[in-house]
Every structure is written in structure tokens, then in C-alpha cells.
Design a protein around this ligand. Structure first.
Ligand SMILES: [Zn+2]
Ligand SMILES: [Zn+2]
Length: 268
């Protein structure tokens, strides 16, 4: 199974427009691996994308992705969904007014309800352009494509607002949980992961976000074989500096983890 991190950035990408901090200046000047787009994952074997933030077109172009057959959404937040327009409209022919391609769009029922309120033009892409066919999914559903299955995991089981996806073939299991994992209670039920791609959390105390230390506690109780930390916020790197990465690795030598970067390829 081959996976590619298309974007490893947070809600605010790096470089952040206007910002003249050393992190953003370096990312602007040198590009990858310092530049970080909104978090998204590509499952290469089955041309499947999970999440599409506003900068998804750039993420797809940078990796020279030639086609997407399906898109899965974890939750409604703009940094995970507002790229629907460039992604879907790339399949619309503005001369013939017909879709060149219709992709399968999987959204958890409750997430779709909210997304439709926040991004009402989704109806236009689904019903007029027909660039996507909607599949409403729920916690526990399994989407099977060739030899890969993707299980829908609600952070709190059924009726969750945020979802992770458990991607597995006959012998490997990878879980993608890129955002807002502070309330990811269901994680306790998922054992023996070969890979967990999780949001990295905040390096200091935060009311509404998981802290890096609490995430590490969770990892000690239920350890994946490999852990990749994504959704890295510009403001965190600006505050704590780039050497926070090596500092955290020194603080937790017994956990096998790495920080993601855009374009990171993982083979399982
Ligand atoms: Zn900055
Ligand atoms: Zn996010």
C-alpha cells in the first residue's frame, strides 16, 4: 500500500500570507519541505484522496497526480473541504457544460448536513455540474476498492462530527486522523495499527486542541508501530521554532514518530 501526504500544514498554511517570520520567509524562499499546504492524504494504489483544503489544486499539481477517482471527507472545516471547488470544477467542461468526469464523494451523513450549510454551492457541483456523486456514509461502514478497504471511524462512534479513516489491505492497517483529535475517544478501540497519521497537537497548553504531551500519553497506552504527525500549524513553529521537532523527539525516545512534510511517501 502506498500513501502520500499531499499537505502537512495546519488550518493556516505555511507560508502564511503577509507573515515575515523566519519560518514563513524560509518556506517562501526554499519551498518544500518548509512550505506546508492544508492537510490531505492520497492513497496511490486506488487514486483516492482524503480531504481537500483551499490549496488542493497546488497540492495535486506539485505531486503530478494524474487522476482522482474518489474523495473522502473527515469533517466540514474549510481547511479540509473548501478545495471542493477547484477539485470538482477541474472535471467540468465549460464549453460543453458537461462533466468530463464524475468522482465518488464520500461524506459522513452528519458532516454533509453541516457542510451543506457552510458551503451551499456543493449542491451545484452535485446536481448541476455532476462532477461528483455523493455517497453518505456512517461510522462502521466499509468502502471496498480492489484489495483495499476503508473503514469509517467516527471520533465518538455514530453521530460524530469528525471522522478518521482506517485504510487496510490483507496485512497492513493505517489510520488517518488529521485534525481535532482531542475528542477522538474511539481511538481506544483501534489496536495494532501499522501506521497512524495523526495531527501533531499543540506544543503548549490549549483549551480546545490536544497537546503534544497528551497525544504522547495516548500513544503510550495504545502504540502504533509507526506514527506520523501532520497538520503542523505555522503559529506553532513561529512560536517554538523549528528545533521543536528534534526537542520532542528527544523528549519521547521510546515512541517511533516522525513529523510529516508535503510529499512524504509511505509504503506499507
Ligand atoms: Zn509566519
Ligand atoms: Zn484541520
Amino acid at each position: 500500500m502506498k500513501l502520500t501526504i499531499l499537505g502537512s500544514g495546519g488550518a493556516m498554511t505555511t507560508p502564511r500570507p503577509f507573515c515575515q517570520c523566519s519560518i514563513c520567509t524560509k518556506a517562501r524562499k526554499l519551498g518544500e519541505p518548509y512550505k506546508r499546504n492544508n492537510s490531505s492524504l492520497f492513497i496511490n494504489d486506488i487514486n483516492t484522496l482524503i480531504d481537500c483544503g483551499e490549496d488542493i489544486a497546488d497540492s495535486l499539481n506539485r505531486r503530478d497526480i494524474k487522476k482522482i477517482d474518489r474523495l473522502l471527507i473527515t469533517h466540514w472545516h474549510p481547511d479540509h473541504t473548501f478545495g471542493l471547488r477547484p477539485l470538482l470544477e477541474a472535471h467540468y467542461n465549460f464549453r460543453t457544460h458537461q462533466a468530463d468526469k464524475t468522482i465518488d464523494l464520500y461524506i459522513p451523513k452528519k458532516v454533509f448536513k453541516t457542510l451543506r450549510q457552510k458551503l451551499p454551492t456543493i449542491d451545484y457541483w452535485l446536481n448541476y455540474q455532476k462532477t461528483a456523486k455523493l455517497h453518505l456514509i456512517e461510522h462502521g461502514d466499509i468502502i471496498k476498492i480492489n484489495n483495499i478497504s476503508i473503514e469509517v471511524v467516527g471520533y465518538n462512534g455514530k453521530n460524530s462530527d469528525i471522522y478518521a479513516y482506517l485504510i487496510h489491505n490483507s496485512n497492513k492497517r493505517a489510520l488517518y486522523a488529521p485534525c481535532d483529535t482531542i475528542d477522538f475517544k474511539y481511538y481506544e478501540n483501534i489496536k495494532n495499527l501499522d501506521l497512524l497519521i495523526n495531527e501533531c497537537g499543540m506544543f503548549s497548553k490549549h483549551k480546545t486542541e490536544i497537546t503534544f504531551d497528551n497525544l504522547m500519553k495516548r500513544m503510550k497506552e495504545n502504540t502504533p508501530k509507526k506514527l506520523i504527525l501532520t497538520h503542523i500549524e505555522e503559529v506553532e513553529l513561529r512560536t517554538f521554532g523549528e528545533n521543536i521537532f528534534s526537542k520532542m523527539k528527544n523528549n519521547y525516545p521510546d515512541i517511533n514518530f516522525d513529523f510529516a512534510f508535503d510529499g512524504l511517501k509511505i509504503t506499507l
